[in-house]
Design a protein around this ligand. Sequence first.
Ligand code: SF4
Length: 744
Amino acid sequence: MNKENLTYAGGAGALSSSIKFILRDDFIKSSKSLLKLNQVKGCDCPGCAWPDPNPKERSFAEFCENGVKAITYETTKQRASKEFFANNKVKDLAKLEVYELSQKGRLCEPLSYNKQKDIYEAISWDKAFSLIAKHLKKLKTPDDAILYTSGRASNEAAFLYQLFGRLLGTNNFPDCSNMCHESSSVAMNKNIGVGKGTVELEDFKKAKLIMVFGQNPATNHPRMLASLQEARKNGAKILSFNPLKEAGLLGFIHPKDFKSMLFKTPSQISTHYYQVSLGSDMAVLQAVIFYILKHHKTKLDFEFIEKHCHGFEDYEKHILSQDFKNLVKHSSLSKKEIKEIADLYLESDKTICCWAMGLTQQEHGVASIEEVINLLLLKGNIGKSGAGACPVRGHSNVQGDRTVGIDEMPKEDFLKSIDKAFSFKSPRKHGVNVVNAIKVIAKEKNKVFIALGGNFAEAAPDSKLCYAALEACDLSVYISTHINKSHLLCGKSSLILPCLGRTEIDIQSSGKQSLSVEDSMSIVHSSQGRNKPISSFLKSESEIIAKIADATLGKNKIDFLDLISDYDKIREKIEEVLPIFKDYNKKIKNSSGFVLENLASKRIWNTDTKKANFSSNLIPNLKLNSKHLALMTMRSHDQFNTTVYAKDDRYRGIKNKRKIIFINPKDIELLGFKNGDLVDIYSHSKDNIRRSVKGFEIISYDIKQGCAGAYFPEANPLISIEHHDKKSFTPAYKFIDISLKNTK
Ligand code: SF4
């Protein structure tokens, strides 16, 4: 067993790691930037989407270790300049590991791929825009354009992007939401009429019970630990469900708590830790609900159910028709634990359920989330203080991008509104999501692929197929701050367009501009950069999109260049299309921004039945060959999405390596291996295509027996494109059927 994994997060380790990152590059610039991070009139952290506290409660250092890594990554002195590209062929750069590539620094000027020389060369902005326009204008159909968005793009940039795409004639807007919380959006929209969480930070202070499913806050949204710590101090019980023992779910030392730092006295986070098997959360929930309905039905909130819910009787019948013993068996917990969870749930009159990728990235992700909602509805835990549903988003504006129209299946009301505001008829045919985009590009080729941020190739599943698809494009265009693997999968033509980072000043013809973003709790707030851009060639994402649109469509429809002259004009248009943004330009000046209306939290249900819907689902039959394991992909602690800041995973005791696989010591023995063995991993998918990755080191770890964990993107080649949730198309990065062989 790996002895070095910690039993708490934060503390001196987080502090010294933050200092190390600040000191390793441009100390002065990064320190100045950090003092403005998440402050009023400051810069919004480009990391995760966890909300900022009320302005009065913010300290001078309102960021976590991950915030430090994100900022130092942006303020680095390293440059991927045109000289760098002139000296490095694409085929050589493509051999670098994800970490090595991540460290090459900021992009400085627009670049175009020279196929003969196999290098990227500088190109003028005007020529780059003309080339894009030329390709887009000659498309056989607008649906040959695929417009990808990463969750870092601001509301303003995302709104312009979707407007441009719809004017072009397509709804092809795959985005990173398709790979993370799409299952949450699908389930919640159907069940409670809104695809977003229903809680605010204040609710964490009042909750009596918080259930955390498939989440590792210490690495993925570290400031959430401060909210959980405060909830514990206020008496809340916290139940964690995770196949791995994660340090941050066990304990936490707030780096601002001097006494705890000095005496190394962490606060306990989880009062109860349930080490579940991958994919078993849904069976846990159904077993708990079965037990409640069978033995404690009178303790339900029938006033709420009768007034606000639809389908309770059918749901009750469905659950009670299940075999309790079978549910318990598939839950991977004991009957005693199921009863304990049920009792804890019944004891609490204010419960929050939080979840992240452990729940959403399953073949039955939507059904699992529907079960979470069923549980909450039984005691009226939606639309009351201290209670609610909390899907925790991973990227700073992934929620906002969807709100302002990055959606391959837009609602008719939104399209009508766009049509009215801009006097054109937008396309009604649904576009492609990430899974279908890869399939369509791979099959039909000749596409134009434009990526507003992100690293599509490394985020997506089925790497071999995805890489080949990108290389088959007629033109690929990447709007980016740093070089990444996607740039090296060149189509017939490829462009890299360097953009401003969040910390940098954005000046347009009317002067300095601010952006706006929406966090995980629907709070829209502004962000402004203070740093001089690292190169005079950089343009903002909004400016790049506007100039692509102008070159392609001209001014006869909409004057994109006028819209970007002052971002207030873009926000006026967002308000015109989406009335929830009423008085946008006025409210965005509030020190804490403003909260977008969330009807479900007011117990108004925008569903087909106009009530909150109970949903009935059958648990999946997850079986594996006795020599196989169920693999999940996950982040290391020094990683944010596909960006790898360093090769350590401190909370799991890993130093300077990434090609590893975490396995329970009993499984290591049962399978005939030893801790430290090098193995090749083979996946067994329904499409019978043999996929493998080579040379992974076995790490003995406290993970549920039968399960294994490995980092993405290294393990992404193992995932079949067909392995996804059937309703949301979210790739199932969890529960990959694998076997191992010693590396020869
Ligand atoms: S919790 Fe998230 S948003 Fe806040 S500083 Fe850390 S990474 Fe940035």
